[in-house]
Write a protein that binds this ligand. Structure first.
Ligand code: ZN
Length: 454
């Protein structure tokens, strides 16, 4: 063994290190983009040493559900601003959805988005491909490009260029995805039910917040989840149900999984941090689909999370320009909650500080489970030799979230005005400080992440 003290790039001293298993105090060293060592009082020196005494260090948030809208609608967000906000929120890599940008439906649109991401993003990113009527024959080429999986809508997506998948399309698409060994992610709300309830209200001229919330009940989610589970069972496809808003939905998914269906569930920070009454308080900034639920439902969702029914937490950061958030008709308001910069610290605060949930639970839901589900190798946990993707969380930094602090293109977030104690002090992605500590970020170094072959 060499007796020469090691030279590291970054050395974090005396932090609370949180991995998927638990937590302990110790040092963590980074070299060449990897976690080089962990332990008590590590020997060696570094170009930068961080006193970690007041910080939790967790594996960086892998956000598998964002809409950064580029190319095509970069005036809505874009990779530069979106990834800066994500980095400030503890995210170390992300997976961009195939819609709201120019839709990713074939190899050419994948290449266009991948090039743009590499040029403008502060963080590495993977891409979802789209599954829509008419692009079934393109799924193979998308898989060859390296999509992480295929996203389909079971109800209207709100985007004319990304139509919903009818039953036959979803069935055939899931069969093909199973052959390609890639998951299908579904937006699960019954189109029949939500369209009917929407039509009923609009013909009466009832277009307020309550009307919108009532047009997308939990039953619509459950009906679509049941259909998707059925198709997953038939086709053998890996299914990932995104933004599950109800405990009942999570329970249905868990029951199917217990019977051998390869299915996982995602929920979003806004269903855990906000509730129906916040839509009345915040208005358009809190409109999303499925909508925010009642306080009782939010409580049930936390209980489900604590009993292990949630696999991953994705932000569904879905920004838009302010002018799409102004209609007096709530059905016409753009549906999407922007929260990239604060989802993670607020979730940490609510879970760990208020509800006394172990930080390792957050580490699993935001990192290891995501990396495993989407086959991102050497990511998602604090292990020597794995990528140095880290978030440093300060649990005692009281402040109020201000619009001026937002790094997103539009200063619009559901969390502006919210007081919090938790701050992301720094984010380190592949050993580079991408947020905090006054570091400059090397330009144009983002990579496209692709799933490990099975
Ligand atoms: Zn989404």
């Amino acid at each position: 063994m060499s007796t020469t003290a090691a030279a590291y790039d970054i050395l974090i001293r005396g932090a609370t290190l949180v991995d998927a298993q638990g937590q302990r105090r110790g040092d963590l060293a980074v070299a060449d983009g990897k976690i080089a060592a962990m332990g008590q009082h590590l020997d060696g020196h570094a170009r930068q040493t961080i006193d970690g005494e007041h910080f939790f260090v967790l594996p960086g948030y892998i956000d598998a559900h964002v809409h950064l809208n580029e190319p095509g609608r970069e005036h809505w967000e874009g990779f530069a601003s979106g990834s800066a906000a994500l980095a400030a929120g503890g995210c170390t890599c992300f997976v961009d959805m195939p819609l709201n940008s120019t839709p990713v439906l074939d190899a050419a649109s994948f290449a266009a988005k991948a090039d743009t991401l590499k040029q403008h993003s502060r963080l590495d990113g993977a891409l979802w491909g789209g599954l829509v009527p008419g692009n079934l024959a393109r799924m193979k080429e998308l898989a060859d490009c390296g999509v992480i999986g295929f996203k389909a809508f079971m109800s209207n997506s709100g985007m004319d260029d990304f139509p919903r998948s009818d039953h036959a399309t979803l069935q055939e698409g899931m069969a093909r995805a199973a052959d390609l060994k890639l998951p299908v992610a579904v937006h699960a709300e019954s189109d029949e039910m939500t369209s009917r309830l929407t039509r009923d209200r609009q013909t009466r001229g009832s277009c307020g917040i309550r009307d919108y919330l009532d047009s997308r009940p939990i039953e619509a989610e459950l009906e679509a989840i049941a259909e998707a589970l059925d198709l997953a069972r038939q086709t053998g496809c890996s299914l990932h149900v995104v933004h599950v808003s109800s405990a009942s939905g999570l329970e249905m998914i868990a029951q199917a999984r217990a019977k051998g269906v390869d299915v996982t569930s995602e929920t979003c920070p806004h269903y855990l941090l906000l509730e129906e009454q916040d839509v009345f308080r915040l208005g358009p900034a809190a409109k999303c689909a499925p909508p925010l639920r009642s306080a009782v439902e939010k409580k049930r969702l936390w209980e489900a999370l604590q009993s292990g029914l949630v696999a991953t937490i994705g932000s569904d950061h879905s920004p838009s320009p302010p002018n799409l958030k102004t209609s007096a008709n709530f059905f016409q308001v753009w549906g999407g909650i922007a929260g990239a910069q604060h989802n993670y610290p607020l979730l940490f605060e609510e879970a760990v500080l208020r509800r006394k949930i172990a930080p390792s639970v957050i580490a699993r839901l935001t990192a290891l489970h995501v990396a495993k589900r989407f086959r991102l190798p050497n990511k998602g946990d604090l292990r020597v030799g794995w990528d140095a993707d880290l978030v440093l969380v300060d649990p005692d930094s009281p402040h109020e979230i201000k619009a001026d602090d937002l790094l997103t293109r539009h200063k619009l977030s559901a969390y502006v005005g919210r007081p919090t104690r938790v701050n992301v002090t720094a984010t380190i992605a592949r050993g580079r400080i991408v947020h905090g500590l006054g570091q400059s970020i090397p330009q144009h170094s983002a990579r496209i992440l692709r799933p490990n072959p099975l």
